[in-house]
Design a protein around this ligand. Structure first.
Ligand SMILES: [Zn+2]
Length: 231
């Protein structure tokens, strides 16, 4: 019965691929099979000494630094991130979080992780946007792995301006002292997977990660849906 409803809904309101805008087939979700298969995967899972991990060398002790796919300026996969972040496609973020966890479920990257924590948005920004995209991505990973999601204990206390026009050093300075971990957090003594939508310079993850470790988190791993390809 549910399939029948979906056929009717697809007929009147065709769902389209969030990357190429082609109409999706009945069994496709958010991305068409072609765009899902051809996603420029980072394969950081297979190389823990990867370019994302290198962003944090000497700054933050990180167990695993993982990202699902690369994006470059102007690419269709950059548009995908934009839609997840700003245009209400939060379920697509959740879906891709789930797909990543499913695709790499047999890899030894989940062992020992106690909690999944999304990078928080400032309350006012989340109210304006209606959701936190990182929380939806984290939710997808949690659903697939069974690792519990922990929201609300890491908070964004300062309302930041958009970082997109800022340089690397300015970004770093603007993310310092922005986050805080609530006292007596359940994360103390635990291994935490910190989740964000994208990593570019690593400034946001660095700032959040510092707060988590200073607050008593024992080990830290990082996941972003996408990583900027620098070369
Ligand atoms: Zn497509």
């Amino acid at each position: 019965m549910r399939d029948w409803f979906r056929d009717i809904a697809d007929f009147f309101f065709p769902r389209t691929c969030q990357v190429c805008d082609r109409v999706l087939l009945h069994n496709e979700n958010h991305l068409c099979t072609h765009c899902l298969l051809n996603m420029p995967r980072t394969e950081f899972v297979r190389d823990l000494d990867n370019s994302m991990a290198q962003l944090f060398y000497g700054k933050l002790p990180v167990q695993r630094a993982l990202a699902y796919f690369y994006f470059t300026k102007g690419s269709d996969y950059r548009t995908l991130i934009h839609r997840i972040k700003y245009h209400g496609e939060k379920e697509c973020g959740q879906y891709l979080g789930r797909m990543f966890a499913r695709e790499y479920r047999l890899d030894d990257i989940w062992t020992g992780i106690d909690y999944i924590v999304p990078v928080p948005l400032h309350r006012r920004k989340e109210q304006r946007r209606g959701y936190n995209q990182s929380e939806w991505i984290a939710r997808g990973i949690s659903q697939e792995t069974g690792i519990p999601l922990c929201c609300g204990v890491l908070q964004c206390k300062t309302h930041r301006q958009s970082q997109t026009q800022k340089g690397i050093y300015e970004r770093y300075l603007s993310t310092r002292n922005v986050f805080e971990l609530q006292p007596s957090s359940p994360l103390v003594g635990r291994h935490v997977l910190l989740v964000d939508d994208v990593v570019t310079t690593g400034a946001t993850l660095l700032s959040c990660g510092e707060v988590l470790l200073q607050g008593g988190v024992k080990q830290l791993s990082l996941f972003t849906l996408a990583a900027a390809r620098m070369t």
